[in-house]
Design a binder for this molecule. Structure first.
Ligand SMILES: O=C(CO)[C@H](O)[C@H](O)COP(=O)(O)O
Length: 222
């Protein structure tokens, strides 16, 4: 199975994103955290920044919306040309309608589950999504500790994906490091967001290679 490593620019230098992007040529996608200071108690940037990132990035953008009212705001992020747009389950009045709109615009549609959000209501909806983001920390801040208590959700998702014969990516985000990535891969994750453990190092290319190898060593052949 393919392993994807998506460095999160939350851990990069906010006044030097263009240069920071050149440090991760071996990444699969760039993870872009949009926070509105309402859905999460932190603020990053919005649509104008994502539009510029889309223009300068050679890697596809994996936009993670930590904002309220995804029904209203998510389509605009897809219109930037972002490869994928992921919104939180609680942030949309009609998650399926949002996902369908994102796909219509041409983006992959993702739904994100906070550590306390149950996975069960979404298992039957998997065909509506291209990606499920299982948060392995409370969203809002980088540099937190990986929560292995959410691994059963990945196992449920993996089983449901297999039963339905779907190609939904299972993404994890938060506290992903050389030490923790294998636990998430073992549970079923194939797409790994890593902030501090990539941009917080002197050699992001080496960090990505280390993470990829550690994930591959724990990835089941299915
Ligand atoms: O979505 C996020 C926080 O809400 C970040 O992408 C995530 O926490 C990455 O940071 P780190 O790898 O340093 O934990």
């Amino acid at each position: 199975m393919t392993v994807r490593i998506n460095p999160s620019i939350l851990a990069a230098d906010f006044v030097d994103f263009a240069n920071e992007l050149t440090r991760i040529p071996t990444a699969d996608l760039v993870h872009v955290d949009v926070m509105d200071n309402h859905f999460v108690p932190n603020l990053t940037f919005g649509l104008p920044m994502v539009e510029r990132l889309q223009q300068v990035s050679e890697l596809p953008l994996d936009v993670h919306l930590m904002l309220e009212d995804a029904d209203r705001w998510a389509p605009g992020y897809a219109e930037t040309g972002a490869y994928s747009v992921t919104f939180h389950a609680e942030a949309a009045a009609d998650p399926v309608a949002v996902a369908r709109r994102l796909r219509e615009i041409g983006a992959r549609a993702g739904i994100a589950l906070k550590p306390g959000t149950a996975v069960d209501p979404y298992l039957d909806l998997l065909p509506e999504f291209d990606q499920v983001l299982v948060m392995t920390v409370e969203p809002g801040f980088g540099g937190q500790s990986f929560m292995d208590s959410v691994m059963p959700k990945l196992e449920r998702l993996r089983a449901a994906r297999e039963a339905a014969g779907l190609d939904v990516w299972l993404q994890v985000d938060g506290g992903i490091s050389e030490k923790t990535i294998g636990i998430a891969a073992e549970a079923g994750a194939d797409t790994f967001v890593a902030g501090s453990s990539v941009f917080g190092t002197d050699d992001p290319v080496a960090a990505i290679a280390t993470l990829r190898a550690a994930a591959q060593a724990h990835t089941h052949a299915h």
